[in-house]
Design a protein around this ligand. Structure first.
Ligand code: SF4
Length: 211
């Protein structure tokens, strides 16, 4: 059985592989490959985003790095003691995560930030393996409904029994799943997710991990 949590050479999704080639032609300096999980491989706290952003993770090769979506995330990671630095700039900026790792439900940049169902499903075995590798008493933070549903699917559980809701906590047996609205530019600009709301999510995660 394949237990890989990531393959930097994966091209299993034809649309995404072709799109990455096109983007790489246009931006030769960009990373333009599947983006690996980043952080502490023994962590009990796993954050699951949706997919790399064009000028963020797809450019730099580190999740939530180089665009707006990472600003609030790394600010909170630093505030709650998970990150050595409040700002993630590039893969050689020296930033270290402690007790925390960040991954994406879909490892490759999708057009318009929207992976199709087949791509979410295609990448799901990597996520399933990563979830299966977590230590006991772990907390998984899903950023947005798509990440939440990818996690439920990876466990083979019924979606109807575990509905996404901001700051909902689900006991999945192997770990507990905490939900948050995604920290995207759209959600923060429209104040669907405020700094105070995101801080409350991290305070809850920190308390759960420390209890
Ligand atoms: S999204 Fe996942 S499964 Fe699809 S090509 Fe990228 S790494 Fe492979």
């Amino acid at each position: 059985m394949d237990t890989a949590i990531f393959d930097k050479d994966c091209r299993a999704c034809p649309r995404l592989a072709t799109f990455l080639d096109t983007v790489n032609d246009r931006y030769p300096d960009y990373y333009c490959r599947p983006v690996p999980p980043f952080g502490d491989m023994d962590a009990r706290f796993l954050i699951v985003g949706l997919a790399p952003g064009m000028h963020g993770a797809n450019r730099t090769g580190r999740p939530f790095t180089g665009d707006h979506a990472g600003i609030l995330l790394y600010t909170m990671l630093h505030k709650f003691g998970f990150s050595s630095n409040p700002e993630s700039i590039s893969t050689d900026d020296g930033l270290k995560l402690t007790g925390c790792r960040i991954t994406n439900a879909v490892k490759c940049l999708p057009p318009d930030n929207k992976p199709v169902g087949a791509e979410i499903n295609g990448c799901n075995s990597y996520l399933a393996n990563e979830l299966a590798s977590l230590p006991t008493d772990s907390i998984v933070l899903a950023l947005g409904g798509i990440a939440h549903r990818a996690i439920i699917k990876a466990l083979g559980r019924r979606q109807v029994e575990f509905k996404f809701a901001h700051q909902a906590l689900h006991d999945l047996g192997a770990f507990r799943l905490l939900d948050s609205y995604h920290c995207s530019r759209y959600n923060t600009n429209t104040r669907r997710l405020t700094t105070a709301m995101f801080e409350s999510v991290f305070a809850q995660a920190r308390a759960l991990l420390d209890s």
